[in-house]
Design a protein around this ligand. Structure first.
Ligand code: FNR
Length: 392
């Protein structure tokens, strides 16, 4: 499959198209879509188009180093895999396959709380760093049990997502009958069933995998793993506050990363509460629609935290050139979400491997074309941003 993929899949858009063909619409749109009018979803990608390169020509870049470190973990290139909830819907091996591909590519994987596989199995699948992303679904007691397990299993950092006081309004999910399909009424599902029959290869994998499995890492006392159907309501009661961060610092002794920061004040607050890194993120345009593209928010946050914390960013990365632009603007590394999830949905682990290979090769080629010898030598002089971005 892998060799076959390299000839057929030239860029991430090819993986997206393969995913679109393989998945039933309700699953593809869950992965591909954003909140409300999808302004921020589109804006995230467009912001990269507004930044242009300023290359140094006639320079022979010999050995080109893509290496970087994030929280003292060495990465082969400056991109990690973002938490993507319910990856097991995209492919039966879901989170296990994605973590395995990340480790093999020399980078890290962040496991979402909303996972169909046990966190121990995900950790075991990767040779690289694996971090745990926390939502407080089910409350503090449930979270503490998951954190104990994550610690025991060898997760090396905790990522606390703070942009999800409720789930965003994903209009595509409503139109595709997500609620009815996850609900218990067989009758309510009937209008949507033909979508599944039109995607037999996905359907066979899904049925052989036992259908919709419960969430293996949200274990509710006396009830067991939470059914996926209950997550929306549980998320609405699971807002993470700065007080929770104080409590988390007691429960988790390792590094804490705060994800979902969009303004300088929140970045500083996160650092004051003990975060060693922040992720500039609008959740890939899936939460508050109309918020700025992450790339535009990045300079304000880099300026706000200075050298007190590492700054990561995500949102809209579809090419390695986008990664280079984010690093030029001060990101230590980026997280990629849909870019690898399309690969997972298209072809399982080899699809994720192909996505990472494409992005890595893009980064190296971009550096050579820029006349820049290493990721660590990138700086704002290699790009030009629109004047109204107010980048100092
Ligand atoms: C996400 N994201 C996300 N973030 C998080 O903290 N916990 C989660 O469970 C999820 N789940 C999730 C599911 C799906 C299908 C997507 C596409 C995204 C957000 C994710 O971590 C990241 O912030 C965005 O995906 C980045 O944007 P791009 O790279 O997808 O444009």
């Amino acid at each position: 499959m892998s060799a076959n993929l390299s000839s057929r899949v030239i860029n991430i858009a090819d993986l997206r198209e393969m995913a679109r063909r393989r998945l039933p619409p309700v699953v593809f749109d869950y992965l591909d879509g954003g909140a409300d009018g999808e302004l921020t979803l589109r804006g995230n990608c467009r912001a990269f188009e507004e930044v242009t390169f300023r290359p140094r020509q006639a320079i022979a870049v010999g050995e080109c180093s893509l290496k970087t470190s994030v929280l003292n973990f060495n990465l082969a290139f400056p991109a990690m895999l973002a938490p993507v909830g319910y990856s097991r819907m995209m492919h039966p091996r879901g989170e296990v396959a994605a973590a395995g591909a990340a480790g093999a590519a020399g980078t890290g994987y962040i496991l979402s709380t909303i996972s169909g596989h046990r966190l121990e199995d995900v950790r075991a699948a990767s040779t690289g760093p694996v971090w745990y992303q926390l939502y407080l679904v089910g409350g503090r007691e449930v979270a503490e049990a998951a954190l104990d397990r994550a610690k025991m299993a060898g997760f090396s950092a905790l990522v606390v997502t703070i942009d999800t006081p409720v789930a965003g309004m994903r209009e595509r999910d409503s139109r595709n009958g997500m609620k009815q399909l996850l609900g218990s009424s067989a009758l309510a599902k009937i209008p949507y069933l033909h979508h599944f029959l039109a995607h037999p290869s996905w359907l066979a994998g899904f049925l052989l995998d036992g259908g919709v499995p419960p969430l293996a890492n949200i274990v509710v006392p006396n009830k067991g793993p939470m059914p996926l159907m209950d997550v929306g309501a549980a998320l609405a009661k699971a807002v993470v506050t700065w007080e929770d961060l104080r409590w988390l610092r007691e429960s988790w002794k390792g590094p804490i990363v705060v994800k979902g920061v969009m303004i300088g004040d929140d970045a500083r607050r996160a650092v004051d509460e003990g975060a060693v890194a922040v992720v500039v993120s609008n959740h890939g345009g899936r939460q508050l629609d109309g918020v700025a593209p992450s790339l535009r928010a990045l300079p304000e946050i880099v300026a706000a935290v200075g050298s007190q914390a590492e700054v990561l960013m995500d949102g809209g990365i579809r090419r390695g050139g986008d990664i280079v632009k984010a690093v030029c603007l001060g990101a230590r590394a980026v997280l990629i979400g849909r870019a690898y999830a399309y690969g997972l949905a298209a072809a399982g682990q080899p699809g994720v491997t192909r996505a990472l290979e494409i992005l890595r090769d893009d980064v190296e080629r971009t550096l050579r074309l820029l006349g820049c010898p290493s990721v660590s030598a990138l700086n704002p002089s290699y790009i030009e941003v629109p004047r109204n971005w107010n980048v100092s």
